[in-house]
Design a protein around this ligand. Sequence first.
Ligand SMILES: [Zn+2]
Length: 211
Amino acid sequence: MAKLYFYYGAMGSSKSANALMVDYNYQERGQKALLCKTGTDTRDGKNKIRSRIGLEKECMLLQDVCMMSDEQLAEYDAVICDEAQFAKTEQIDFLAHIVDYLNIPVLCYGLRTDFQMNFFEGSARLMAVADDIREIKTVCWCGRKAICNARYNEHGIIRQGSQIFLGANDSYIALCRKHFLEGKLTPEDPGDACRNQQISLEEIQDPDTDK
Ligand SMILES: [Zn+2]
């Protein structure tokens, strides 16, 4: 029986590389996988999955896959979807339909949570309906498992903002929960508590004389 798989991991956990390797494995066995990604992240060119280690391949967009007929889909031995966190609930449900009615395995790769540790729509739906949920692990600078995707800039971790912010790769770092909550981006980083203290000290030392 085919299954709906959700492989989740923090940023930098080689999800795209894994997706491309699975696609290659199908190809090597003389089988055909339908490779796709959600349309939100278009930094890499609209129809391409690219991993940090240099692998890349043309792909379809999930929104176009969802327009395909069962007859068209039946030509494939598997469906592989990258950036699945950005999928809509209905799109994940369509992937479940492919599994249940066409008996084609669907492998989804994506982030579990956003920069505030809330689910994305696609990951929430996959957590709810996938048959098989597996973690692709990566580590924080301290060696513990990284499960948080911290958005940051030169002032430290950014806690507020819109859920989807497609900046350069250097806008995000994967941290363990403890260091995410403390706001420690590196071993030397004093963290949020110290940063906030510094700000209030500056306010005290440099009072606004206009008030
Ligand atoms: Zn850590």
